[in-house]
Design a protein around this ligand. Structure first.
Ligand code: ATP
Length: 382
């Protein structure tokens, strides 16, 4: 097994499409790393460079301690799982899983005739590995079926089986769940996490879905326009986003951004949005930025109905009054669209709420979770 490293890797397509721009990222041995970002941010290109399907224009790619830029894909000891399974339609499940192993280990027909005993042992070993893998994925009952006789979820498991059976150094997965329906996606997500835990194979997983990234990744790397924005554990990326882009990309409904200014009064630094202002807590850097135009970031789940019991007690310093414009019931909570002067905010409000459309209500904010971004550079001030 091995880690994977990108060292100042850039990929340019044609004359000037910089799909990946100076990417430096270390994926640890046995880690499950998710590359996430909107369409076109370069995540697939980064993955394909590890696979050897694209050549890096600049920089080094390492698998373990070995620079693999010039190593052909078949010698990199990686296995890739794609969105569109890419199974052989004319082969049954057994043969689909066994195919790569046979190709690799049974060195050709003539060799098998001249080394009959050796070939028989290898075939036995392949059979054992295929059956073990199928059992691990719960598809042992379908080994004689062709791909067209399987559901999407079962096909995806066969594709995984084909990758797993080889016990590669690294798994590369490119949106492997996006063809599955929502329920199956959640289920397969959990299965993949379990599988990773038991096999412990370094995995790089590409998705545009932030929920998938947050739930699966031990660490997640967020990319935008080919540039890595932040790489950290999911909870750190959520609680301490490095910039406005990451803050807005991670979390649903998305974070609210309000134009504001940092001011100082009576020794206290405030983030002032005009209609309301909050004292800045635990943020040394804000004091150095007093006078600056900023964006105040508040997640919808950091806003509570002040008339309901919550762990954040309303005071004179953490509340604001707003009119409820729209109330979307989600079952376990409401998404409330609030208007407060020039500001529009989304809030996730508990179902016990008495707030009503077109009525004003008082809301309380968890001040520990108020983010501040430089308006110009969009970098977090903290
Ligand atoms: P998606 O989620 O839509 O697949 P992505 O984040 O994986 O997006 P990439 O497929 O890596 O993004 O593409 C990054 C950029 O490189 C895009 O602007 C894309 O148009 C461009 N690109 C990708 N492959 C090629 C290619 N073979 N030739 C030219 N440009 C390409």
């Amino acid at each position: 097994m091995a880690g994977v490293s990108f060292r100042n890797v850039t990929k340019v397509f044609g004359k000037d499409v910089k799909a990946v721009n100076n990417l430096t990222l270390d994926i640890r041995d046995q880690e499950f790393m998710v590359l996430v970002g909107p369409s076109g941010c370069g995540k697939t290109t980064a993955l394909r460079m590890v696979a050897g399907l694209e050549e890096a224009t600049e920089g080094d790619i390492l698998i373990g301690d070995v620079r693999v830029n010039d190593v052909p894909p078949k010698d990199r000891d990686i296995a890739m799982v794609f969105q569109n399974y890419a199974l052989y339609p004319h082969m049954n499940v057994y043969d689909n899983i066994a195919f790569g192993l046979r190709l690799r280990e049974l060195k050709g027909f003539v060799w098998q005739l001249t080394h009959w005993n050796e070939a028989r042992e290898i075939k036995k070993d392949i059979d054992r590995r295929v059956r073990e893998t199928a059992a691990m994925l719960g598809i042992e009952g379908y080994l004689n079926r062709r791909p067209k006789e399987l559901s999407g979820g079962q096909r995806q498991r066969v594709a995984l089986g084909r990758a797993i059976v080889r016990k590669p150094k690294v798994f590369l997965m490119d949106e492997p769940l996006s063809n599955l329906d929502a329920k199956l996606r959640v289920q397969t997500r959990a299965e993949l996490i379990r599988l990773h835990r038991s096999l412990g194979i370094t995995t790089i997983y590409v998705t545009h879905d932030q929920v998938e990234a947050m739930t699966m990744g031990q660490r997640i790397a967020i990319m935008r326009d080919g540039v890595l924005q932040q790489c950290d554990k999911p909870e750190v990326v959520y609680q301490k986003p490095a910039n406005r882009f990451v803050a807005g990309f991670i979390g649903s409904p998305p974070m609210n951004f309000l134009e504001a200014k940092l001011v100082e009064e009576g020794g206290q630094v405030w983030v002032d949005a005009g209609e309301f202002r909050f004292p800045v807590v635990g943020n040394g850097a804000a004091r150095d930025a007093v006078g600056k135009d900023v964006l105040m970031g508040i997640r919808p789940e950091s806003i509570f109905d002040a008339s309901l019991e919550s762990h954040v007690k309303p005071t004179d310093f953490n509340t604001f009054v707003a009119k409820v414009d729209v109330l979307e019931p989600l079952g376990h909570e409401y998404v409330a669209y609030l208007k407060c002067g020039k500001h529009n905010l989304l809030a996730s409000i508990e179902t016990g709420t008495k707030i009503a459309i077109d009525q004003e209500a008082r809301f309380v904010v968890n001040l520990e979770q108020v983010h501040i971004f430089d308006k110009e550079t969009e970098v977090a001030i903290r």
